[in-house]
Design a protein around this ligand. Structure first.
Ligand code: NAP
Ligand code: BGC
Ligand code: ZN
Length: 356
């Protein structure tokens, strides 16, 4: 079968030939339909995040997949069921408490591998196998957009953790700001919009108009903030202090500037995965502000089955017009250059490996 992989020492995705996998007991064989691409895939390809499976000279890419069960292999699935796989699996030295209680997303480094990202091949191949417990069923009509379930699940988890940090008192948020106009940022902005929890929404980027991501922001009724004119630290002054900040830029200064953008009692969720970078911050001022205004910052990574299930409902709630604008292209294996393009006209793309 065909698969899309990055080889050790290279920084371009290529099509490779691999044997079709055989399901182990408890696993189903899935025929892949589509696999989405996000900023993490680009980080993996350039080598700044993730890593190859032990002893392998390549990593099959892809962690945002949707497929159709080809062989249930004695599991609870039936041939033809549409499914979305979760990303984390136990490490080679064996499972652990996080997997056993269904919270692999809370496992520390070294206690998991991530398919298509670190230590395990991904889903960007014509077939993949997965433990049935790591496959989330999807209604058939949502199959073409099933590759959006994994990134939506990332924000379901982040919202759950951030809002839990405000659950000890009466929190009545009115405004939210997403930092980053990439695919995760825009998807999250739309999720916040359909949640009807926030009357005023903002989204930060660093692009000139005309730009398709700015059009998406404005079509959602949100205000575009250009970080070159209004840094995150000035948002409170120029616009308003915001109750919720969701960071999806991977720009490390934003983690600290978020404290200044937040309203009293506000919460920030940090999602970006920056590379090492040292810089100065006004530590005393930020610390004082954090304490005296009861602010919270929550880091969040990955997601579990419960978040995937919530993501299926949230995908259903997203307006068709938004999804049409977000997904700028779905490409076959012959068009990998377009699928992995990293330019301003590309928002969200997917590779199509099969049809339902
Ligand atoms: P992406 O497509 O690279 O998006 C990042 C966006 O942030 C880009 O549009 C970029 O603008 C913008 N940006 C970067 N620095 C900025 C600045 N200083 N001011 C304004 N805008 C800035 O990546 P993504 O797929 O949306 O993911 C976003 C981040 O979340 C990445 O770091 C990714 O690794 C991380 N992530 C984490 C998780 C998790 O589980 N924690 C899950 C998925 C993704 P330009 O395009 O104009 O440069
Ligand atoms: C994936 C997550 C993963 C994270 C860190 C994200 O792009 O969606 O599942 O945990 O990267 O590797
Ligand atoms: Zn991702």
């Amino acid at each position: 079968m065909n698969a899309v992989a990055v080889r050790r020492g290279e920084t371009e995705p290529v099509v490779v030939e691999k044997p079709r996998p055989e399901p182990e007991p408890g696993e189903a064989l899935v025929r892949t339909l589509r696999v989405g691409i996000d900023g993490t895939d680009h980080e993996v390809i350039e080598g700044s995040h993730g890593g190859f499976p032990d002893g392998e000279d390549h990593l099959v890419l892809g962690h945002e997949a949707v497929g159709v069960v080809e062989d249930p292999n004695g599991t609870e699935f039936e041939v033809g069921d549409v499914v979305v796989p979760t990303v984390r699996r136990p490490p080679s030295h064996g499972t652990n408490e996080y997997f056993e209680r269904g919270e692999p997303d809370m496992a520390p480094d070294g206690e998991y591998v991530e398919r298509g990202i670190v230590g395990a091949h991904g889903f960007m191949s014509e077939y993949f196998t997965s433990p049935a417990a790591c496959l989330v069923p999807l209604p058939r009509d949502l199959a073409p957009l099933g590759f959006l379930v994994e990134p939506i699940s990332i924000s379901e988890k982040a919202f759950e953790h951030a809002f839990a940090a405000r659950s000890a008192f009466e929190w009545t948020p009115e405004s939210a700001m997403v930092l980053g106009n990439g695919s995760l940022g825009l998807l999250t902005l739309a999720m916040l919009d359909v949640s009807d929890r926030f009357g005023r929404l903002y989204c930060l980027g660093r692009r000139d108009r005309p730009d398709p991501s700015i059009d998406v922001i404005e079509s959602l009724g949100a205000t575009y903030v250009d970080s070159r004119e209004t840094p995150v630290s000035s948002v409170a002054e120029v616009h308003e202090p915001v109750d919720f900040v969701y960071e999806a830029t991977g720009y490390a200064k934003h983690a600290f500037e978020t404290i200044e953008a937040l309203a009293p009692n506000g919460v920030g969720a940090l999602l970006g995965v920056p590379t090492d970078w040292s810089f100065e911050v006004a530590g005393g001022r930020l610390h004082r502000e954090f304490v005296l205004h009861n602010k919270a910052l929550v880091g969040s990574v990955n997601s579990n089955v419960g978040h995937f299930e919530a993501a299926v409902d949230r995908l259903r709630a997203l307006p068709d017009s938004f999804v049409d604008d977000l997904v700028t292209g779905v490409y076959g294996l012959e068009d990998l250059d377009a699928a992995f393009a990293d330019d301003d006209s590309t928002i969200k793309t997917a590779v199509e490996l099969g049809r339902i």
